[in-house]
Design a protein around this ligand. Sequence first.
Ligand SMILES: C[S@@+](CC[C@H](N)C(=O)[O-])C[C@H]1O[C@@H](n2cnc3c(N)ncnc32)[C@H](O)[C@@H]1O
Ligand code: SF4
Length: 405
Amino acid sequence: MPSALPIADPAPSDGLLIPGPDAGEVPFGVYVHVPFCRVRCGYCDFNTYTASELRGVRRDDYAGHAVQEIRFAEEVLERSGVPRRPVSTVFFGGGTPTMLPAEDLVMILRAIDETWGIVPGAEVTTEANPDSVDADSLETLRAGGFTRVSYGMQSAVPHVLATLDRTHDPERVPLVVDLAKQQGLDVSLDLIYSTPGESLADWRTSLDQAIACAPDHVSACSLIVEEGTAMGRMVARGELPAPDDDLAADMYELADDVLGAAGYSWYEVSNWARGEAHASRHNLSYWKGHDWWGVGPGAHSAVAGTRWWNVKHPAAYANRVLSGASPAAGRETLDEETRYVERVLLAARVRGELATSELRREARGRVAGLIARGLVDGSAAVRGRVELTRQGRLLADAVVRELLD
Ligand SMILES: C[S@@+](CC[C@H](N)C(=O)[O-])C[C@H]1O[C@@H](n2cnc3c(N)ncnc32)[C@H](O)[C@@H]1O
Ligand code: SF4
């Protein structure tokens, strides 16, 4: 089962917000969570459900429920006095959005467009498993307004995929990348490194195979062993070794070298793109603190200074939206201190995003020491930006802690 929700204030059933004075001044995006997977990967604690866990909810009904929440969202924003903005980015994540027929995803996207309007040239992404798309579904997605697909490739090495419980055939990845490109879709590949048993040579193979597909964008994340997952239990019982931090650091450096040499440059600690135009605008909007409405079970939202998260199970979610009540389970309003901490935490990981002038005086005083230790880039600092060096990216959490101490 997925992990628990945060603890905070109860959310009002009418969902109304109390917008701050600068409400509506940042771009607005929509995230749609699709909580279905064919099987659960042993390492994953995302809010997703296999057929036997759905307690009678039908996947076929999901698009209707999501559209219900979109209508509800329109009313909440209107009644709360949040200025109306067209949608700059849309991201369908999961779970596996492409477990639903492409027509259902397009129906939800159409509802978003009818409700707020989607700005011309907006980025519209769906995540997908390589074995859950084909030429027809990709064509339907493109014709319906999708511009980008992000495939969960994870690895090209069979024994690594097996440890991760991934079910797709690695040979399918280049095929589905080509199919997406034929449709004119931007393509991203998600990779995971430091899986137990994975060698540096295995990781190099995965990087080479990913690059051979010539995607527009690559995410490479270190495996997190989550408590409460099947993999977490195997590591706790000693049946699998825990990932090795030193090897993970070598793997990160190798990724940065290999991706860099192939023309991909980093724009966030775990993300590389073939030029700025291919960076994920939706993910950047989270890191930059923009507003977004998260549709679907367990989805998080942040609008006009309030953050909330929906009930997690699709059955509870369906009950809420069908009765016209807010699907939110809890919410919080951030005080100034928390907003500052979060801003530094997120912006420091994005290349060129954090201005030195945003830091408090004590933190500004620490930047010179971080430059001297090779963790922050000196030339970017001259331009007034706090930008991590490669060594700084390897130690990003420690650098941020030092800035916030
Ligand atoms: C919702 S999934 C993407 C779509 C699709 N379900 C898939 O897995 O291909 C988002 C990404 O998060 C990654 N992820 C999930 N749990 C993770 C973990 N414990 N450590 C690192 N990455 C993880 C997945 O591998 C996947 O690439
Ligand atoms: S397919 Fe993706 S969302 Fe589903 S269990 Fe695996 S990693 Fe998690």
